[in-house]
Ligand binder design. Structure first.
Ligand SMILES: [Mg+2]
Length: 382
């Protein structure tokens, strides 16, 4: 079997799908995208992909190493997202060629179902109580929300009070019936993170995500030493080699590699195994589309330390199209009490509506990360 063609489709809301065709009539799909940088990843997919024509797509390990190592320069969100999408398509093809779901190729199920959580509250946390009530009715009992809005490098006690009041309101409305993670989203500086975490501790969030930016990862062990709240990070780390340093330094209790940013299934199931060796849990990052979600789930199905999966159905970013709008086998993504069961179809298990993808790609929006500014006009982390 040989790879014959790669086609990319940028689509609403802010995603990109990759179709990989072969001379055997089997095609596979991947989702190589970095939100806000889809065009750069698209260029990288075609630059890297031009070397793939004529290669056997079943030699996934060899192709991965070829893409990663022979470029000399490596790593980073754009290149690793391109590799991730190509890698997903290779696994899809291999599963389809052998007639089995990808998790079977990875050694088989380590669990019967995967718990998922749901986003509430949008970019700026508001209307959270109403959102949680709606999601509870859908069967979710675990949520994630942004912990705060803009936070200056040294901010006021009012800013901390505002963030804490929101969380207190949630606990007083729902008690311990629900769990919620708080995403600091890299908005909080190292000087403010310690104070905010201390004030949030009585409300026992399930985890705090990106308490500081990944480039300030040396603060993770220091912050962890001061709190019993598990700290999570990983959506802005792109390979084993980056996760190695974070695991070695300690402090992170939950790793959140993104299956569309960190080299795909091939890389992330290795990252999961590394995390297990450090007694660190896995919760793959996924505010993306159906192929990215399916890829995450295959790694969750086979990884003992996977404890929850992010998914973006109904998330505030999904303007114009939602996760299942591109999926024909919607029934396989049905949530049962917030859980997803293993797919039974071969490959990644996603039957895509190719007509819709082609049509949507004709008018794909150029989604950009919003520009936020502090009160004094300086750029704020979003
Ligand atoms: Mg996050």
């Amino acid at each position: 079997m040989k790879i014959t063609k790669l086609s990319t489709y940028r689509v609403a809301p802010r995603w990109m799908f990759l179709k990989m065709e072969t001379d055997a009539g089997i095609s596979g799909w991947g989702e190589p995208v970095l939100e806000g940088h889809a065009r750069s990843v698209e260029a990288a997919v075609h630059e890297l992909g031009s070397a793939l024509r004529g290669h056997d797509p079943r030699r996934i390990n060899d192709i991965w190493q070829m893409l990663y190592r022979t470029g000399f320069y490596r790593g980073g969100g754009v290149l690793m997202s391109a590799i991730a999408g190509i890698d997903q398509a290779l696994w899809d093809i291999k599963g389809k060629a052998l007639g089995v779901p990808v998790y079977q190729l990875l050694g088989g199920l380590a669990r019967d179902k995967v718990k998922t959580y749901s986003w509430v509250g949008g970019d700026r946390p508001a209307d959270i109580i109403r959102d949680i009530e709606a999601r509870l009715a859908q069967g979710f009992d675990t949520f994630k929300m942004n912990a705060c809005e803009e936070m200056a490098i040294i901010d006021s006690s009012r800013a901390i009070d505002k963030a804490v009041a929101k969380v207190a309101e949630i606990r007083s409305a729902f008690g311990n019936e629900i769990e919620f993670g708080l995403d600091f989203h890299g908005r909080v500086s190292a000087p403010m993170a310690g104070a905010l975490i201390r004030e949030l501790e009585p409300y026992r969030p399930l985890f705090i995500e990106e308490p500081v930016l990944a480039e300030q990862a040396e603060y993770y062990p220091r912050l962890a030493a001061k709190t019993s709240i598990p700290l999570a990070a990983g959506e802005r780390m792109y390979s084993r080699f980056e996760f190695k340093r974070v695991l070695q330094a300690g402090g992170i209790a939950i790793l959140q590699p993104d299956l569309s940013h960190a080299g795909g299934i091939t890389e992330c199931h290795k990252i999961a195994a590394m995390a297990e060796a450090w007694d660190v849990a896995l919760a793959p990052h996924c505010p993306l589309g159906p192929i990215a979600l399916a890829s995450c789930l295959h790694v969750d199905f086979i990884s003992w330390n996977a404890f929850i999966q992010e998914q973006s159905m109904g998330i505030h970013y999904n303007q114009g199209s939602d996760v299942l709008d591109y999926v024909l086998n919607k029934e396989d993504f049905q949530l049962d009490g917030g859980h997803i069961r293993p797919f039974v179809r071969p490959g990644l298990g996603v039957e895509l509506d190719e007509e819709r993808i082609v049509e949507q790609a004709k008018s794909a929006p150029d989604w950009r990360n919003p520009l936020w500014r502090h009160a004094d006009g300086s750029v704020a982390e979003w």
